[in-house]
Design a protein around this ligand. Structure first.
Ligand code: CP3
Length: 356
């Protein structure tokens, strides 16, 4: 039997239920800004050595919770585990970001792709989820995650990070049927991956569409949104995932909030280019919102961190449905002391707002 959840603020906020204060977690909360993360990573030898070992993955997942009063844990893994399991050969060169040995460069490679076995190549992810749930022992809920089909396609076709991911965009325009075939295969893999994480014990699910904002409104709906909606649909058909809140985060796609809210997800991630109060008025009571402090604020003084955190809370106002977060991942240069200031300020000021 799983231990009873002792802090359900995050799940309640996603369901737009009242909470005593605003819950907070931080994208990339287990990461290089923490010396203890760098120490475990050094022992593991490489990023993939860390991610594929459930004991190490569990250890680094819990590290930020030891320091800060965070309201959720997120599985330590990466969005590129699926393409790696599909045979593309993932590696992370020190300081360089991800790289695939075998990127998708022709129709034959795309047509040969199949959905990986969640109890085979990706079993290490599910083992990590099970171990983390056991070690969390009900402290806070565990978030499982995946990349969006579009964002995974960006890396799979390009073979590495890129400023504009022009290769996958050219594919979408020149060979739309082939692009749709690729996105459909990835979407089926993403859905199976998230369902398997739900079975293993994930209590909320997040889809990172980091590169959705590269697309204009029409192509966004056709190549990104549609496949996230397909994944959300499938999640509603499995008993383990049906009732889990799903958060969609399309970075740079603030113009598409209403369309994203109509997918059936519980929450939307919001980057810092939107006023979160305005975003709330636009989506109304359809979804909760997660965000949206500019991660660069954490490079400033503790006083500025506290002031800017209060400004985000004030902009959202005294309404249900806010999960505080950054507008994108925390960066390696951040002083962990500032994260403590952020978390404590959010909890303190969240109470102040509710008493108004
Ligand atoms: O949030 C968490 O704490 C959970 C762990 C997590 C990682 N990656 C660990 C990681 C999550 C949720 C991700 C998602 C991810 N990975 C995204 C979507 C979110 C986003 O930031 O937009 C993307 C685009 C990736 C792909 C990826 N992985 C890149 C581009 C890089 C290199 C960038 C960098 O910071 O070096 C990674 C590597 C990676 N994934 C690291 C971590 C902690 C750093 C690698 C290291 O320790 O050397």
């Amino acid at each position: 039997m799983a231990a009873e959840l002792r802090n359900d603020r995050f799940l309640r906020a996603l369901r737009r239920q009242p909470t005593d204060t605003t819950p907070i977690w931080v994208m990339r909360q287990a990461g290089r800004y923490l010396p203890e993360y760098r120490a475990t990573r050094a022992r593991a030898g490489s990023f993939m050595g860390l991610a594929t070992n459930p004991e190490y993955a569990c250890e680094v997942t819990l590290q930020p919770l030891e320091r800060f009063e965070l309201d959720a844990a997120i599985l330590f893994s990466d969005i590129l585990t699926i393409p790696d399991a599909m045979g593309l050969g993932l590696s992370f060169a020190q300081g360089e970001g991800p790289r695939f040995a075998r990127p998708l460069r022709d129709a034959a490679a795309i047509e040969a792709l199949t959905v990986p076995d969640m109890d085979g190549e990706l079993r290490y992810v599910m083992d990590a989820v099970r171990l983390i749930r056991r070690e969390l022992d009900g402290r806070v809920p565990l978030i499982g995650f995946s990349g969006s089909p579009w964002t995974l396609a960006c890396y799979m076709v390009e073979g590495q990070g890129s400023r504009d991911f022009a290769r996958v965009k050219a594919l979408a325009w020149d060979q739309p049927a082939l692009a749709h075939r690729l996105l459909d295969t990835i979407a089926r893999a993403v859905a199976a991956y998230l369902v398997a994480q739900a079975h293993a014990g994930a209590q909320a699910l997040m889809i990172f569409d980091t590169w959705g904002g590269l697309l204009g409104p029409g192509p966004f709906r056709e190549f990104s949104l549609r496949y996230m909606a397909q994944v959300v649909e499938v999640l509603k058909t499995d008993a383990a995932s049906r009732d889990l809140p799903v958060i969609l985060f399309s970075k740079g796609a603030g113009g598409q909030l209403e369309a994203l809210a109509d997918t059936g997800c519980a929450g939307l991630g919001v980057d810092w280019t939107l006023d979160i109060g305005e975003a709330r008025r636009r989506v109304g009571d359809r979804v909760a919102l997660q965000g949206n402090l500019d991660p660069a604020v954490l490079l400033a003084s503790p006083e500025v961190v506290a002031r800017e955190a209060r400004a985000v809370l004030d902009a959202f106002g005294n309404h249900p449905g806010h999960v505080f977060n950054l507008g994108h991942g925390i960066t390696p240069e951040v002083n962990p002391e500032n994260v403590k200031v952020l978390v404590d300020t959010v909890h303190e000021h969240g109470r102040v707002i509710r008493a108004l």
